[in-house]
Design a protein around this ligand. Structure first.
Ligand code: AMP
Length: 284
């Protein structure tokens, strides 16, 4: 496994591989890797000749500097895990490698209503930062396949929008959310949970499953959302939002008719840790 810091050197290596007809699968991450990330590496490996992973905690997508400061960093174990999984190239750039002379921090792209709701509404500027860094990484890595997790459901919609807008030659592959045995969605942030909050954390997935059942059981959407929010609050969370949304437009569903793709997404604080999760209620 080769580790690169310089964008230029990585791009030169990739250009050479591509000229030999090698296909590239790419997994962008912010490090503090876990089994969820590894599932993306495995999916990329299955479909590509070479797998590239990046580890970059992108400052421009953090709307709160304290969140950026607290973000866990485990580079030694990250490299070991990637090596064991058979990743070929790892990009571990500095902020200056990604944004030389402060450039590439922004892209000229509107997201329509996609970033007006859920994470977009609660984390101003977050998706502008995410889209810009992924665009920059795609320009460097030029992958055939980009592997991302359903865990960040809204992020996948934003990135698909960006890929389509710029007509990039990369296919987005969305991989299922990997969970702990008790249902908690794996996340780099989980390691910051206190023992008490780790104990209640699986309730989030349980509530999402109950929302799914209630939706399919003909209950009213607004009532379901309200009951679920109360259940989370009673369990000890501070929920930010819980939205039963159209899987394509991401807009909140008020009447069930006409929605063939339905997802329930949630963000809730467990102590000082902000957790997000989602469950597909109706698949396309
Ligand atoms: P992050 O390092 O949190 O930015 O995540 C990097 C990629 O891993 C994103 O595409 C995430 O959606 C994905 N990911 C994070 N957690 C999981 C999980 N539990 N299961 C599957 N993919 C995940």
């Amino acid at each position: 496994m080769r580790v690169f810091q310089s964008a230029k050197q990585l791009n030169t290596t990739i250009q050479k591989l591509k000229s030999e007809g090698v296909t590239i699968g790419f997994v962008p991450t912010m490090g503090a890797l876990h089994e969820g990330h590894m599932s993306l590496i495995r999916a990329a490996k299955e479909a590509s000749d070479y797998v590239v992973a990046s580890i970059f905690v992108n400052p421009t997508q953090f709307n709160e500097s304290s969140d950026l400061k607290k973000y866990p960093k485990t580079p030694t174990s990250d490299k070991r895990m990637l090596q064991l999984e058979g990743c070929d190239l790892v990009f571990m750039p500095s902020v200056d490698d990604v944004y030389p002379d402060g450039e590439h921090k922004e892209i000229d792209l509107a997201f329509g209503d996609l970033d007006k709701v859920m994470e977009g509404a609660h984390r101003p500027g977050h998706f502008a930062g995410v889209a810009a860094v992924v665009k920059r990484l795609l320009d460097i890595v030029e992958p055939d396949g980009l592997y991302m997790g359903q865990k960040d459901f809204q992020q996948t919609a934003i990135i698909q929008h960006m890929i389509s807008h710029f007509e990039l030659p990369t296919k987005l592959v969305i991989c299922p959310t990997m969970r702990e045995i008790d249902g908690l969605a794996m996340s780099s942030r989980n390691r910051r949970l206190t023992k008490e909050n780790r104990a209640i954390a699986p309730i989030i997935h349980k509530v999402l499953q109950e929302v799914k059942e209630a939706y399919l059981d003909e209950y009213d959407v607004v009532d379901i959302e309200q009951i679920a929010l109360e259940a989370l609050t009673n369990a000890g969370f501070r929920p930010e939002y819980l939205s039963i949304a159209d899987g394509v437009t991401l807009q909140a569903i008020r009447r069930k008719a006409g929605h063939n793709y339905v997802v329930v997404c949630v963000a809730a604080w467990a102590g000082s840790v902000r957790l997000i999760d989602n469950v597909i209620i109706k698949a396309l």
